[in-house]
Design a protein around this ligand. Sequence first.
Ligand SMILES: Cc1cc2nc3c(=O)[nH]c(=O)nc-3n(C[C@H](O)[C@H](O)[C@H](O)COP(=O)(O)OP(=O)(O)OC[C@H]3O[C@@H](n4cnc5c(N)ncnc54)[C@H](O)[C@@H]3O)c2cc1C
Length: 346
Amino acid sequence: MKRILIIGGGFQSLIIVKLLNEYGTCPTIIDSAILNGTISSYHVNSFIIDKVPFFLLSSTDVKKLEELLGQFDIVEKYIKPIVIKPGPLMDKIWAMKVNGSMEKPWPLKWTNALYYPKNGWYSILARLKHSLKYGHIPLRLKKINVKEKVIRLTHRKSLRYDILISTIPLNEFLDLINMNFINLSPNLRRLRYCHMVSLIHVIKGKSPDWIIGYYGGTGMLPHTLIIMSNISRAIVPQGYFTLHSLVSYSREKGLRAGFVEQVKSQLKRRGIISSLKDVIVERVFNIRYACINPRDVNDRLLRRIIDILARYNIMLYGRLACWREYNIAEVVENAKDVVDEISEII
Ligand SMILES: Cc1cc2nc3c(=O)[nH]c(=O)nc-3n(C[C@H](O)[C@H](O)[C@H](O)COP(=O)(O)OP(=O)(O)OC[C@H]3O[C@@H](n4cnc5c(N)ncnc54)[C@H](O)[C@@H]3O)c2cc1C
């Protein structure tokens, strides 16, 4: 049996595992973090909390996911965000000065008709993971020897592979391999990206009546506020609401010390939280590479990288590995190619 390793344990990897299981193989995932990646969702007491707000963008996307996971109850909402304070919102979300060639970030894509699982993402992800067969090595990857087909991990562990699938950021993956050996030296130093912190609060009391609010001004750290419980009431008990506050940071503009406390006091000052004593749950998640600029890796360069790596049984899949803003439906579609690619090698 060929040994298939998948680097990164996000949604793309889990879908690939599902299709590989159906094909009769059981891959191993290397990821030092808890699996699920960006689309993570937690059950905390009686509340469902998503790591970041996350929506299916059309009824076709809903169908694509249902074909894979079976039917689920869905809430369809028409969302018209409000502007709490105008300002240079793109610059604030990107945490840098942007120009016309920059990708529209995810928070600005959350408008018009959006679809959300009635009981939150938690049960959908649990359903997916429950059915999968895979190994998980929770160690950090240090180096890849492409010639010998061996990866080196922390704790002096090494592993051989026959096929390697990378879903991790393209720049970080290429840093792990010996580029001279494979005659590949793309200049990815000028890739533009930024990270985000997602602060989630479960609050006792009456929620504001909007769903998404943008704050472009400098008087508040978050650029986007989202009340997910106004989309589906089923994710919190009566008398509570959930609030996501998204704050961006980048190499150019770092995170301020004490930002969590600052955000809370700003939310209170603006009357979104009436008293800090009403905050029942607080979670803080770091979303690395929350915004990426796909135009920094053009199609020709990406094809060249993919073709060269393919000669060494290395495949790139997913949003960060291909440096493309794939939505969840595209991630599902792309994964369908993996079995074809692998069957050619096996
Ligand atoms: C803020 C945000 C909002 C989004 N909103 C939507 C939406 O509303 N609708 C929609 O359809 N799509 C949305 N997307 C896109 C969607 O999240 C992605 O298409 C999908 O999550 C891609 O899955 P992935 O597995 O490729 O990447 P990820 O989910 O990012 O997973 C990458 C995995 O790689 C791991 N990793 C990273 N570096 C390493 C390393 N060096 N070694 C090992 N593991 C590593 C991480 O721990 C993570 O588990 C959003 C994306 C973001 C960032």
